[in-house]
Design a binder for this molecule. Sequence first.
Ligand code: HEC
Length: 117
Amino acid sequence: MPKRAQHLLLLGLAWLLPQAALAEAGSPTSPVDPERLETLLYQDCGSCHGMTLRGGLGPALPQDRMQALSPEALTHIIRHGIPGTAMPGWQALLSEEEARWMAEHLQTDNRLKTLDD
Ligand code: HEC
């Protein structure tokens, strides 16, 4: 193979590999879709935390309690789960940005404000 072709091939590979890594990490370029994320939160997370987030197999997730965690910690829990418990990681379904949106929703726009009412 001529040297120039080898060069181009290497350049191509150098470009492709990070693309593959990005695709695996979710799609950071796709915009956050609040409607999809809210449905996921109250239905899929709700299957364990209760559709109103009042708890079930998993603990209740009211806004006041979610505020005790940093947005970073909450995002991390959502993406990676809690090892050794039934809380699964969601990184296959949620990009960093989407998990972050969900964390902020839980802390500021949560349908369940408190358990104290
Ligand atoms: C298969 C059941 C299940 C599903 C689905 C699930 N969780 Fe959990 N989650 C749990 C359990 C069980 C715990 C408690 C783990 C422990 O013992 O610390 C937990 C803990 C948590 C915590 C920590 C609560 C706290 O007070 O420390 C957060 C936040 C959380 N889940 C958010 C979510 C979100 C957001 C989703 C959806 C993206 C989700 N969970 C989906 C079972 C689930």
